[in-house]
Design a protein around this ligand. Structure first.
Ligand SMILES: *Cc1c(COP(=O)(O)O)cnc(C)c1O
Length: 473
């Protein structure tokens, strides 16, 4: 493909995406294909000769599109959002066009410095603690996902030099007496991080949550005291701001104080909810964050930046570097040795890295802080209205307090009824909802955060839920 062909087909693809944005509300939200349907339409072997681009794009429509679940549909209310937006897509395109590999400052200075700068902007936008700012001992970096951020935080915690533990962790590995803590509502990535780090899930203490699904600090403290009395070392705590099931917020001030007492690292996972802190009125959920050693949230969930983009902050970068930096001779360079630059390869697991800051920069500049605030505010307001409709209905109930843009609710007719309701709604193609388990009962979740969702879509979703429930009853 020559640059001239690229110009032509590039325009076609941008047109295709623009058409998709205009039409995405027409598609059944959940893909209707059966397992194997997509592969059955693909040739067994790759083509020996290049094919015309028109043909390839045609197959996108014919083969691929039916196998898409439309995350960008305004009627997508499932799991968590993964919203995107036109400026984000263009930033992504430009990143691909530049094809930069930003492992070291010297391999593309703009890739590192824009990232540092935009992550500092976000500290101001979300009013995060100043300790995370790149001008001090800490700093922010873009990770692929919140799962990777949790793993990096866990490793940093285990590698942090402690006066009571002068052991060389880099050479000898993680101590067998180090233990970690999280709540029974935490994301599964905490358990996975324990497995990947080689610590094992036996050394993850799962602390019970209270009636609002927030971690109980009294039980955390009790468990740490017990562990200490057995000669174990409380090393890492992962608290959640906005749990995946119900959007619960763990009490950071109490948890942070306990972590300080025990010298344990506090990581705060705000993957979904963090974005809400753009609005001053929602910042209360971050109370106590100044006690955290690390923090992560995903602009790729609720901030109109396409996957993948997780912002990970540490208050002190030294333990992270101790855990993750190795310097082979072929990467030595003058800039790194000068000590004046940051090499982000030392801040995450892969060596290589994409220029992800571009799409984040495009989104923040193109929307502006005020429009971002206004969109987030609307999502939260509509979730509040939806929760009111549920509360006012004799057949439905809220299962957890409404949290920002997430409503957990159920039909009072029991698990079977809720399962049938969920299947019927999702089979209809008109909207997509997912479920969770709270109080050992099936619970429906409605998460409002798609870029093109309006109040009308939310009203239609409620009408469909009500109507379908009546038909099934
Ligand atoms: C979505 C979510 C995760 C996982 O996010 P990834 O970026 O896909 O790893 C972790 N924690 C919370 C609280 C989440 O909402």
């Amino acid at each position: 493909m020559t640059p001239e062909d690229f110009r032509k087909h590039g325009r076609e693809v941008v047109d295709w995406i623009a058409d998709y944005m205009e039409q995405v509300d027409q598609y059944p939200v959940l893909s209707r294909v059966e397992p194997g349907d997509i592969r059955a339409q693909l040739p067994d072997s790759p083509p020996l000769q290049g094919e015309a681009f028109d043909q390839i794009l045609e197959d996108v429509n014919r083969v691929i599109l039916p196998g898409i679940t439309h995350w960008q549909s305004p009627n997508f209310f499932g799991y968590f959002p993964a919203n995107t937006s036109p400026p984000s897509i263009l930033g992504e395109l430009l990143a691909a066009g530049l094809g930069v590999q930003g492992m070291l400052w010297t391999t593309s200075p703009a890739c590192t410095e824009l990232e540092q700068h935009v992550l500092d902007w976000l500290i101001e936008m979300l009013d995060l603690p100043a300790t995370f700012h790149s001008s001090g001992d800490g700093g922010g970096v873009i990770q692929d996902t919140a799962s990777s951020a949790t793993l990096c935080a866990l490793l940093a915690a285990c590698y942090r030099e402690q006066s009571d533990n002068p052991r060389d962790t880099r050479r000898l590995g993680i101590d067998s007496w180090q233990v970690a803590y999280t709540s029974d509502q935490a994301h599964s990535s905490v358990e996975k991080a324990m497995m990947i780090a080689g610590i094992g899930t036996d050394r993850l203490r799962v602390i019970d949550s209270d009636e609002n699904w927030s971690m109980r600090p009294d039980l955390l403290k009790q468990q740490m005291d017990i562990d200490r009395s057995h000669g174990l070392k409380p090393t890492f705590v992962c608290a959640t701001v906005g749990t995946t099931s119900s959007g619960a917020v763990d009490p950071l001030p109490a948890i942070g104080a306990i972590c300080r007492d025990h010298g344990a690292w506090l990581h705060v996972d705000a993957a979904m909810a963090g974005t809400a802190a753009i609005c001053p009125e929602f910042r209360e959920m971050h109370d106590g964050l100044e006690l955290a050693d690390s923090y992560a949230f995903n602009p790729h969930k609720w901030m109109f930046v396409n996957f993948d983009c997780d912002c990970f902050y540490v208050a002190d970068r030294r333990p992270l570097l101790r855990a993750l930096s190795v310097l082979p001779d072929y990467l030595r360079n003058r800039a790194s040795q000068s000590g004046e630059v940051v090499d982000f390869r030392d801040w995450h697991i892969p060596l290589g890295r994409r220029f992800r800051a571009l799409k984040l920069w495009f989104v923040i500049r193109s929307f502006g802080v005020q429009e971002l605030q206004q969109k987030i505010r609307s999502h939260v307001e509509w979730a509040g209205r939806f929760a009111d409709w549920v509360s006012a209905d004799d057949d439905f109930e809220l299962v957890a307090p409404r949290s920002l843009n997430l409503v957990c609710f159920r039909h009072k007719g029991g698990d079977d009824m809720n399962r049938k309701l969920l299947d019927a709604l999702n089979d209809s193609g008109d909207l997509f909802l997912t479920h969770t388990q709270l109080d050992d009962r099936l619970t429906l979740r409605l998460s409002i955060a798609q870029t093109s969702t309006t109040l009308e879509h939310v009203e239609r979703a409620w009408a469909a839920i009500r109507g379908t429930a009546t038909e099934l009853a």
